[in-house]
Structures are given as structure tokens and as C-alpha cells.
Design a protein around this ligand. Structure first.
Ligand code: HEM
Length: 245
């Protein structure tokens, strides 16, 4: 990935050299201009690497678990299929961003199959802070994480069951405690893009494969799909087999 990021930076520098006044714009275009507070090549490369990890595996893992969860319950799958097959082509995000059942399925996937089970660390500001009766000294590193919050049985009854309907009328506590994208000023910068990808990916998949179901070929089982933390969460067996009826 380091090499890929370095090559991308070099490719873009070539584009800039060929058309310095009007280059094809990317997220990083301004960073290449040292006169406008840009960064050095190796700094851009590190940023690019961060975006590749933060923006690809997260969504891929979430979409994998969404597909697996939906395909494991015919009632849920058929409700998703009914909603997405009622759409007419061409499909644009505007047509699907408010699909009620699909959004519940996505919220439930982000609750129970959080790809990022932790929060990135924060430093307590100078002067320290009091939280829940505890004093946190200035400079201490603190963090919270979504994995156990999303499984709190007092907020999410029967927390280990994939139940999209629980999002039909979510309580304030459910909304407050759900942090699949973190929170505060450093909340995931890609959350809207991620939700868009999850919506589009699911719509296209279940329109194309309305009869998709879990496969047990090649010994595939739920054991393969147990979540393991490789920094990001991912299926333990590194695979997810789905077949059509
Ligand atoms: C389902 C998909 C995703 C999940 C679950 C997710 C989750 C998270 C979480 C929990 C954080 C830490 C936030 C915090 O500490 O408060 C984070 C940070 C970040 N995410 Fe995402 N993310 C996803 C998709 C994306 C995408 C698509 C992009 C970019 C294209 C992205 C870019 C980033 C970046 C750059 C940060 C660091 C933000 C900062 O430190 O200011 N993420 N993400």
C-alpha cells in the first residue's frame, strides 16, 4: 500500500506538471501547492495511505456483514428485496437515501458489526476534566469504544440479534449511544460517503440477486464470519460465501 500511495502521488504530480493551471481536482489537489500551505510528498503519501485504509476496508467489511446478515434471514431479505426491486432505473442516491427498511438494515449492521470497534484516542485538555465523578488529568489519553456500547442490553434488548426493526422508532438513548463513526470534532470524515456506498452497494446487490442466501459450500460456516479485530474488524475466516437459490 505504501508503494501504491507513492505511485499515486507521483502520477498526480505528472498530471499537475502537464496542466498546472487547471489540473483534474482531487481531495489532495491543494496539498500539492507548497505556496498555499501544502505538504511534502511523503506527508501526502501518508495521508493517502490513511484514506485508503479508512475509506475502503471499513466500508467493505460493513457491506460484507450486511449481506451476510440479510442473507441469513429470509424475512429480512425479502423485505429488503421488495423495497429495492420497486425502484426504477437509473438509480441515484437521491432515490434511495430515504428507503425506510434499507436504512434500518444499515443502522443495525453498523450497530452489531461495527468495523471500527474502538474510538481514536483523545488528550484531555489543559486543566483536566471531570467525567461521571472521575477527574481526568490534563494530557491523559482517553478513548471510548462502540463495541460494548452497541451491545448494552439496557439500551438494545436482545443485543446479539440482528433486528433492523429496532430502528423503526429509535429511542434517544439508542441514538446517543450509537457511535459507529465516532463522535465530536474528529468524527469520521467519510461517514456520508460511507452511508452512500452502503446504500448503493446493497441496492445493486439485492436487485441483481434477490434470492441470495448463505452458502455452506467449501465448509463455509458462521464460524468464518466471527468478528476478529485486525485493528479493523473483519471475518475470522477471511471469506463470506453467498449463493443464489
Ligand atoms: C462503514 C464505513 C466507515 C466506518 C464504520 C468508519 C468509522 C470511523 C471511526 C470510528 C473513526 C474515528 C472517529 C473518532 O475517533 O471519533 C473514523 C475516522 C476517520 N474516517 Fe471513517 N469510517 C468509515 C468510512 C470512511 C470513509 C469512506 C472514509 C473516507 C473516504 C473515512 C475516512 C476517515 C478519516 C480520514 C478518519 C480520521 C478523521 C480524523 O481524525 O479527523 N472513513 N472512521
Amino acid at each position: 500500500m505504501r508503494i501504491y500511495a507513492a505511485q499515486s502521488v507521483q502520477r498526480y504530480k505528472k498530471i499537475l506538471a502537464e496542466n498546472p493551471s487547471n489540473p483534474k481536482k482531487t481531495l489532495f489537489t491543494k496539498l500539492f501547492d507548497p505556496e498555499k500551505g501544502g505538504l511534502a510528498d511523503d506527508e501526502i503519501q501518508k495521508e493517502a495511505q490513511g484514506y485508503i485504509v479508512a475509506g475502503s476496508d471499513t466500508t467493505a467489511v460493513t457491506l460484507t456483514y450486511l449481506t451476510y446478515a440479510v442473507c441469513g434471514n429470509r424475512r429480512i431479505r425479502d423485505k429488503v428485496v421488495a423495497e429495492v426491486t420497486a425502484l426504477s432505473e437509473p438509480i441515484h442516491d437521491n432515490d434511495i437515501r430515504n428507503l425506510p427498511y434499507l436504512n434500518m438494515v444499515i443502522s443495525e449492521t453498523l450497530r452489531i458489526y461495527t468495523a471500527v470497534p474502538f474510538g481514536l484516542p483523545r488528550s484531555v485538555p489543559s486543566g483536566g476534566a471531570s467525567f461521571n465523578g472521575y477527574f481526568l488529568p490534563s494530557g491523559a489519553t482517553v478513548s471510548t469504544q462502540s463495541y460494548s456500547l452497541h451491545r448494552d442490553p439496557t439500551i438494545f434488548p436482545d443485543p446479539y440479534t440482528f433486528n433492523p426493526e429496532r430502528w423503526e422508532n429509535p429511542t434517544k438513548e439508542m441514538k446517543d449511544i450509537s457511535i459507529p463513526f465516532g463522535g465530536g470534532s474528529r468524527i469520521c470524515i467519510g461517514l456520508h460517503l460511507a452511508r452512500m456506498e452502503l446504500r448503493l452497494g446493497s441496492v445493486l446487490f439485492f436487485r441483481e440477486f434477490p434470492n441470495a442466501q448463505r452458502s455452506d459450500k467449501e465448509g463455509m460456516s458462521t464460524k468464518d464470519m466471527e468478528m476478529q479485530s485486525f485493528f479493523l474488524m473483519a471475518p475470522k475466516g477471511h471469506r463470506c460465501l453467498i449463493e443464489t437459490e
